[in-house]
Design a protein around this ligand. Structure first.
Ligand code: NA7
Length: 528
């Protein structure tokens, strides 16, 4: 059986960087990747309009100065094809592919207590063994199974945004889109253009802020790159892992005019800038409602049909408590003659027929149905692999009441296993590139330390893990994130434990805690 120092699962941005770092340590490594090439989420999510909501200069690796200087982004927010080209460039530049097994699916991983290493079985890759196992499986990589009545009766084409074919042309077709999260909101304006008719089925309206995307002028990019170190440092020292301006005043300390001016300014800047407008948007209900109402007013001012506008206005959850969306022409799209909105709240889906869908009040003929229905987030990919630690205990069983991982990156009872952007880390509440780099660098420092000190077993302490889980829960409880049935809480997947999974106290605080843990000789870990 081939034996390595490190097995990495996933060749998205986390797995690629992990591979690069462990090679620098002189360790042998192999990456197991389900897809046919690198890119992870950007390999699969090829739906029209797929684009990153974080500015490209920020949503990119910072670990190589040469890389960040040489790569030219075309737009403020890059499209999926451009990000995938970037991932491919990184793979070529650092010669990563020679250690990646593509079209290979990790099925099981078991810790062998006699040799203190992991045995991994992979479809398409056989059995592999390594001292360390690093799960770089992504937070949004397992599409949620659709829970729609009699969907199997529908004979038209069914697509999921996260598994998009190359050959889809909507020209002249009747299309239905179910789901109005980021994927729906990005794809709806593009699908609407060639479609004969587009019907959007909305269960929960979301808050969306315009991206105002535009080409990055060469001089602007040059100027940004000249101060890249400063921008990256600012990102790491921020709440969100981004260099966007995070405001330091409470909204409630301002006059109405000042508030309006700040909201308008942030709205004009676009994207997440709006969410960072005031310190208390995610902690004070009154502040949050002011931000929410500003967005509702924008929706009402944009959408001509008053009833449709009202249906598009989010009212049942706090602003930002579900992942904020960033759009191009989303609300404007509902002014088109060939677009209609079905509010599933008062007109629920009854069933599907061979050529359409019946709701409580209408029949909608469809040629194609697009599911933009989201993911089994944060734990989905891990639960698909039969992971067994000490005493053959399964990770699934250990996480039955909700996932617990010390610092979001190691699990008690599962020695030598590491999670990148796992539950309990900033991950999805942050610019994930920064979150990934934090984890990869921290894990590789620990592996270097282990190598130097003859350590062969690294295991999170149960008590440290419990304390950390408590901190994560308490952090979330101080925010309004708890005021929505979000995928952060697992609420979108029936039967999933309702536990707030990401760490809400921010990238900088998290980074400081991780550094302290390392400086204290990896406090909270058993090293043997
Ligand atoms: P999201 O954000 O989970 O959105 C999924 C959407 O699909 C959301 O509007 C859901 O409504 C809706 N949904 C899910 N199941 C159903 C059913 N059965 N019927 C009707 N509507 C349904 O996933 P995305 O792919 O858009 O975005 C995921 C992340 O990717 C995003 O946050 C970014 O980080 C990038 P609900 O709100 O649950 O009522």
């Amino acid at each position: 059986m081939p034996k390595f120092d490190v097995i990495i699962v996933g060749a998205g941005f986390a797995g690629m960087y992990m591979l690069h770092r462990v090679r620098q340590l002189g360790l042998s490594a192999v990456v197991i990747e389900k897809g046919g090439d690198v890119g992870g989420t950007w390999f699969w999510n090829r739906y029209p309009g797929a684009r990153c909501d974080v500015e490209s200069l920020s949503y990119s690796y910072s670990f190589s100065s040469e890389l960040q200087q040489e790569w030219e982004w075309s737009h403020r927010y890059a499209t999926q094809p451009e990000i995938l080209r970037y991932a491919n460039h990184v793979a070529d530049r650092f010669d990563l592919r020679r250690d990646i097994l593509f079209n290979t699916v990790a099925k099981s991983a078991a810790f062998d207590e006699s040799g203190n290493d992991w045995e991994v079985r992979a479809e398409g890759g056989g059995e592999l063994r390594a001292r360390y196992l690093v799960m770089a499986t992504g937070c949004l990589s397992v599409p949620k199974a659709p829970d729609l009545p009699h969907l199997d009766r529908f004979k038209g084409r069914i697509l999921h945004t996260a598994d998009w074919p190359d050959d889809m042309d909507f020209t002249g077709l009747n299309v239905g889109v179910i789901g109005t999260g980021s994927s729906g909101i990005q794809s709806i304006p593009i699908i609407a253009r060639p479609a004969r008719h587009l019907t959007v089925f909305q269960r929960t309206p979301n808050y969306s802020i315009p991206a105002w995307n535009s080409p990055l002028e060469p001089q602007e990019q040059k100027d940004m790159k000249a101060k890249y170190d400063e921008l990256r440092a600012k990102s790491r020292n921020s709440l969100s892992g981004d260099y966007a301006e995070e405001c330091v005043v409470s909204i409630l300390d301002l006059t109405e005019d000042q508030r309006e001016a700040e909201f308008e300014k942030r709205w004009r800047q676009g994207g997440f800038n709006y969410q960072y407008a005031f310190t208390d948007l995610m902690t004070s209900e009154a502040a949050n409602e002011l931000a929410a109402e500003f967005v509702r007013r924008k929706i009402r001012a944009t959408v001509r049909d008053a009833k449709t506008a009202e249906r598009l206005c989010p009212k049942n959850h706090a602003f930002g408590a579900k992942r904020l969306c960033v759009d191009t022409d989303y609300y404007e799209t509902f002014n088109r003659d060939n677009v209609s909105l079905v509010d599933l709240g008062d007109d629920p889906i009854r069933d599907f027929t061979a050529d359409g869908v019946r709701t409580a009040h209408r029949y909608v003929p469809l040629d194609v149905l697009v599911l933009a229905t989201g993911f089994d987030a944060m734990t989905g990919a891990l639960s698909k692999i039969d992971i067994r630690g000490r005493g053959h205990a399964t990770l699934k069983a250990c996480w039955r009441e909700g996932p617990k991982a010390y610092l979001g990156l190691a699990v008690a009872g599962f020695p030598n296993l590491f999670l990148i952007t796992g539950p309990g880390s900033p991950s999805v509440l942050a610019n994930v590139m920064v979150a990934i780099e934090q984890h990869v660098e921290w894990i590789s420092d620990l592996l270097a330390f282990a190598g130097k000190n003859g350590v062969t077993v690294i295991e999170a302490d149960v008590e440290a893990q419990e304390n950390w889980a408590r901190q994560v829960t308490e952090g979330a409880a101080r925010t309004l994130y708890m005021k929505a049935d979000s995928w952060y809480l697992g609420a979108n997947v029936p039967g999933k434990p309702r536990v707030f999974m990401p760490y809400a106290d921010g990238v900088s605080t998290y980074g400081r805690i991780c550094s302290d843990v390392a400086e204290q000789g990896y406090d909270g870990f058993h090293l043997a």
